[in-house]
Design a protein around this ligand. Structure first.
Ligand SMILES: [Zn+2]
Ligand SMILES: [Zn+2]
Length: 317
C-alpha cells in the first residue's frame, strides 16, 4: 500500500499543507487542501505525477475539519463522481466549512475576551470559512476509532486522536508502524489545542490539552517508525518529538501559573501576557493556548477557577 505525500499551498500563516494519496484500490485521499485555485492546481498536478486523476479518487478521509485540510473535499468528491467522504463525528464544533459560531462565542465570553475582540475574531473567521465548502450532516460517513480502512493489500487503522480538535484522527499502517497524523504531530511546532465546544456537551469546553496528552501517549504505544504530519517534513524520531512536546507543555504550564496574579485573571488576560505581540489572526490561537494550559493546570489541582460576572477567573492555589 503506497502512501504518496502531496504538498499543497495554503493562504494561511502555517504554510503548505500535506495531503496523502493512498495509491491503491479504493484510491483514497487523506485530506484535500483548502479551497483555492492554487491548491486545486497543485492537487491535480500531484495526482497526475503519481499517475492518477481526481476522477480516480473513491474515498476522501479527513484528519480533521480545518479549512486547510478539508476545503476542497466537496469539489474533489463532485469531480470524482461521489467519492465517499469520511470524518469523525466529534468534529462537530468545526462541521466541515461551518463553525458552530454561537457555541464558540459563548466560550470566548467565558474566557474573558472583550466584545470588540470577539467581533474581530468573528470577522476573521468569516474570512477563513471561504476556504472550505460546507457539507450537510448526511453527506459524510463516520470515522470510528479502532475500525480499519481496507485497501487491496493492507489496512489503515483509524485511531481517534483528539486534542488539536475534538474529532482529529490518525491512521496507522501497523505492518511498518507508519502513521498519518494530521495536525496531531507536527515536526517544527507544538500543535495548538484549539478552543472548542465539548462535542458531547457543547456549552462546556473541550478538555483539549488533557485529551491531547492522551492521544500522544496512545500514538506512542504504536512505536512509530515514521509519522506523516499535516504540515512540514515527516517525523522519523517520534520518541524525541514526544519528549520535546511533553517538556514544552510542562514549561508552558509553569509560565502560565507564574503569570497568575493573586487577585486572579481571565484566560484572555493571561493570553495577552503570554503573547503580547499576537496580531488579530493570532489572538484567537493565543486565547486557545492560554485556556488549554489553565484548564489542564486546574484539572491537575494546581490552580483554582471560579466564575465571576459570567467570566472565568483563575487563581493560584
Ligand atoms: Zn488543524
Ligand atoms: Zn493544519
Amino acid at each position: 500500500m503506497k502512501i504518496i505525500p502531496i504538498s499543497l499551498p495554503t493562504p494561511f500563516y502555517i504554510g503548505p499543507v500535506n495531503v496523502y494519496l493512498i495509491a491503491e484500490d479504493p484510491i483514497t485521499l487523506i485530506d484535500t487542501g483548502p479551497k483555492t485555485k492554487e491548491a486545486r492546481d497543485a492537487l491535480h498536478e500531484g495526482l497526475r505525477k503519481a499517475g492518477f486523476r481526481v476522477a480516480d479518487v473513491r474515498r476522501i478521509v479527513l484528519t480533521h475539519a480545518h479549512e486547510d485540510h478539508c476545503g476542497l473535499a466537496r469539489s474533489v468528491r463532485d469531480e470524482a463522481k461521489n467519492a465517499e467522504v469520511l470524518v469523525h463525528n466529534w468534529e462537530t464544533g468545526h462541521r466541515i466549512g461551518r463553525l458552530e459560531y454561537e457555541e464558540h462565542r459563548a466560550l470566548l465570553v467565558r474566557a474573558g475576551v472583550p466584545p470588540p475582540e470577539i467581533e474581530t475574531m468573528r470577522k476573521m473567521y468569516e474570512g477563513v470559512r471561504q476556504y472550505a465548502d460546507s457539507f450537510a450532516a448526511d453527506e459524510y460517513g463516520e470515522l470510528r476509532d479502532e475500525e480499519e480502512l481496507e485497501f487491496e493489500t493492507g489496512t489503515l487503522r483509524i485511531v481517534h486522536t483528539p486534542g488539536h480538535t475534538p474529532g482529529s484522527c490518525s491512521f496507522v499502517r501497523e505492518a511498518d508502524r507508519t502513521i498519518i497524523a494530521g495536525d496531531c504531530v507536527l515536526k517544527r511546532i507544538t500543535p495548538n489545542p484549539v478552543l472548542s465546544p465539548d462535542p458531547i456537551d457543547p456549552p462546556k469546553r473541550f478538555a483539549s490539552l488533557a485529551e491531547y496528552l492522551v492521544s500522544l501517549a496512545r500514538l506512542r504505544t504504536f512505536a512509530p517508525t515514521l509519522v506523516h504530519g499535516g504540515h512540514g517534513a515527516p517525523v522519523n524520531d517520534f520518541e524525541e518529538l514526544f519528549n520535546r512536546y511533553i517538556r514544552a507543555i510542562q514549561e508552558r504550564q509553569k509560565t502560565v501559573i507564574g503569570l497568575l496574579p493573586k487577585t486572579g485573571a481571565s484566560a484572555w488576560e493571561i493570553a495577552l501576557q503570554m503573547f503580547p505581540q499576537a496580531d488579530d489572526v493570532h489572538r484567537f490561537l493565543s486565547v486557545s493556548e492560554a485556556v488549554a494550559h489553565l484548564d489542564l493546570a486546574h484539572s491537575e489541582g494546581k490552580i483554582e477557577l471560579e466564575l465571576s460576572d459570567g467570566r472565568e477567573v483563575y487563581r493560584a492555589s
